[in-house]
Design a protein around this ligand. Structure first.
Ligand code: IVH
Length: 663
């Protein structure tokens, strides 16, 4: 692989793991860290790179998957019909493209259909299964194929009909949401009871729904609007508007603002009207969905692996506010990257006060042509992190503006910063002693996906560093409750909890330990992949350059980074070896013991990780690439080069149906 391609690959891996992480944060943990728009930007960048470098595309890329994976705490429910998501449109042109694509797919010149316009509710999709008029099962979307069983929770909710008007069977789909007033009341109550407030109504709805105690769900003001079908069974509707009528007749709540539109122009008018009244609605919506109304055309158009070809969500622009950029500060991350951050005069954006926003890097500052003192436009699309999107140049007259230059010296340690060729960012090279990097690394080591020291967050870590108790990861394990008790706002209970969390984090896996080291260019996925080839940390110190290069996805840049890191931190890694107990994945014996499996392409009925889990439960081993030792290759849709290689080597090939029947 050329050095340039390797750099692209690293960026692609980085984007994939960021997208997976934010997907998890949003869908599974109800705690988004970035705005929807920023999330869309990450996905767009990844899609572009995968299109430009098809050799780096992969069927398990998040661009080919639907959404969150099922949470562990609930029983799983396999949906009879996959719950896919909607594709997005961001402009009227995108809407016209959508219509043209449908026209081309059906090889027609005139449009024979009407559109059904529905609000895109900002909540959580659920499926309700009614049998002979009784609610028998309710589930979340999960990853689209398998969701969580939330029947008990929905049975406890007064707003969900348990019995229909008639003894009919069908699977209804809809959105669970919380109205804005109810959300504000709920948050006030939570704050008064010293519980963390929900970030927005969507997260409040998701958090309320996924309660293991149905009584808690029942006490939350959750509502539902139904808008779709799984298996139709007794439902004879032929159009989307008939479907909503049917739901209504059966007593299921529907959104009465929905509207039949003669054609696309009619839909666009409805969209414009909705934009105007959006702020006055009692609930949050983030767009208007256009659905081709007649089911016969929906069926003809079908779906891609992720989206229907007969519907699209025309998203709203994010709420915007205007304020003054008072300063630009530079933050130093754990790998030394310098990030400029806009310091803003506090301003309300879509209901939240914003006083800072990331400017990403100097290219972004140049692109925006933003100067200190400028009046800038800020967006915050429903969620957390705000973004500067533009400058009001007309307001520059008679203003003293200051151009911003990235510092030549690291603001944390004063070292001369490096600007690597072809890289947009700047980096502080003082890896070992730069206080900002030390702090970033320690926060990373303790974080959820690394050692997972619950309750050991950035505020506490900053204090531990200030007291000079910790400098390297291994120092965490020498902290004592007595020490902690000398800190402000620390009680005996909390000190015991923190020490307990630190000590129990010592039993971990090699993958988490390697990831926790925070080696530049080695993200979570790669750390776990590398760990599969190693016994323990001493082996990590010894593994040769050649052996590293044999590991899938490991190239020269990663190896250079790993080798220089382990050279510098060899003593610390040895110390961690003495302190940590590394658990091995337990090998299960079963009918497939001794058999090696490789998966390729997209599976329909289950996700790749579910398939791998199933194989391992039966004693099989999953490999990442086809070799002579592979026993079976499992192929999904769009299988790539692995299939060719398996054919060449004469390896047994199963499709998904065969895998399921064998399971
Ligand atoms: S239809 C095959 N209609 O948006 C079409 N979805 O990105 C499936 N949503 O998972 C969805 N309002 O959570 C549909 N009126 C509406 C909707 C809606 C909100 C959500 C739903 C879905 C996501 C799709």
């Amino acid at each position: 692989m050329s050095a340039n391609l390797e750099k692209i690959k690293i960026r692609i891996d980085e984007l994939r793991s960021q997208i997976e992480r934010h997907n998890r944060k949003y869908h599974e943990e109800d705690a988004p860290e970035i705005t929807d728009a920023e999330f869309d930007n990450l996905k767009t960048e990844l899609k572009k790179l995968e299109k430009k470098y098809p050799e780096l595309d992969s069927p398990d890329s998040p661009t080919h998957k639907v959404g969150g994976a099922a949470r562990r705490d609930f029983a799983k429910v396999q949906h009879s019909v996959r719950m896919i998501s909607l594709d997005n449109a961001f402009s009227k042109d995108d809407m016209r493209d959508f219509e043209n694509r449908a026209k081309r797919a059906l090889k027609i010149t005139e449009i024979p259909w009407s559109y059904f316009a529905e609000y895109k509710m900002d909540g959580l999709a659920v499926e309700l299964v009614y049998q002979s008029g009784t609610l028998v099962k309710a589930s979340t979307r999960g990853d689209g194929a398998v969701g969580e069983d939330i029947t008990a929770n929905l049975l406890a909710l007064p707003s969900i009909p348990k019995k229909l008007k008639k003894s009919v069977s069908f699977e209804a789909r809809g959105e669970i949401f919380i109205e804005i007033d109810d959300f504000e009341k709920l948050n006030k109550k939570r704050v008064a009871e010293d519980e963390p407030a929900f970030a927005n109504p969507r997260n409040a709805a998701a958090g309320s729904l996924r309660q293991l105690d149905p009584k808690i769900t029942a006490s939350r003001p959750l509502k539902i609007f139904c808008y779709g079908l799984g298996l139709p069974m007794d439902c004879k509707a032929q159009t989307q508007s008939e479907l909503l009528e049917f739901f209504n007749e059966q007593g299921l709540p529907i959104n009465s603002s929905s509207h039949v539109c003669k054609n696309l122009d009619d839909f666009l008018k409805f969209y414009d009207q909705t934009v105007k009244k959006r702020d006055k609605l009692p609930y949050q919506i983030d767009g208007v969905v256009a659905k081709i109304n007649e089911f016969k055309f929906q069926e003809k158009l079908g779906t891609t692996s992720n989206h229907p070809r007969w519907a699209v969500a025309f998203k709203f622009e994010a709420p915007m506010a205007v304020t003054t950029l008072e300063n630009i500060e530079v933050q130093v991350g754990r790998t030394g990257t310098l990030t400029p951050v806009a310091v803003l005069a506090p301003v309300n954006v879509g209901g939240v006060t914003v006083s800072s926003a990331s400017l990403h890097n100097e290219d972004e500052i140049a692109r925006l042509d933003v100067r200190i003192g400028d009046v800038v436009e800020i967006i915050r699309s429903g969620d957390v992190i705000p973004k500067v999107i533009g400058v009001r140049e007309a307001e520059r007259k008679n203003k003293k503006l200051r151009e911003f230059k990235m510092p030549e010296l690291c603001p944390s340690c004063g070292s001369k910063v490096l600007k690597e060729e072809e890289m947009v960012g700047r980096r502080c090279p003082n890896t070992t002693h730069c206080p900002a990097q030390v702090e970033g690394r320690l926060i990373h080591f303790a974080s959820k996906d690394a050692l997972n020291m619950e309750g050991v967050g950035p505020q506490w870590i900053a204090q531990f560093i200030h007291k000079k108790w910790v400098n390297l990861p291994s120092d965490f394990f020498s902290l004592t409750a007595e020490q902690l008790l000398t800190l402000d706002r620390m009680g005996e209970k909390l000190a015991a909890k923190i020490i307990g969390a630190i000590q129990s984090s010592r039993t971990t896996t090699l993958g988490r330990a390697i990831y926790g080291l925070g080696i530049p260019h080695i993200g979570e996925t790669l750390a776990h992949k590398i760990s599969e080839h190693l016994e323990d940390l001493p082996a990590f110190l010894k593994i040769s350059r050649e052996d590293l290069l044999h590991i899938e996805d490991v190239g020269e840049i990663v190896v250079d980074s790993l080798i220089s890191f382990r050279r510098e931190y060899a003593d610390e890694i040895k110390k961690l070896h003495r302190l940590l107990t590394l658990e091995k994945k337990k090998k299960v014996s079963g009918p497939w013991s001794g058999m090696n499996f490789v998966l390729t392409g997209t599976l329909e009925q289950m996700t790749r990780s579910q398939a791998e889990k199933k194989i391992e439960e039966l004693g099989g081993t999953c490999q990442s690439s086809v070799t002579k030792s592979t026993s079976v290759l499992i192929v999904g849709e769009d299988a790539g080069s692995k299939l060719d290689k398996a054919k060449k080597l004469g390896i047994e090939i199963w499709d998904e149906k065969k895998l399921l029947s064998k399971i």
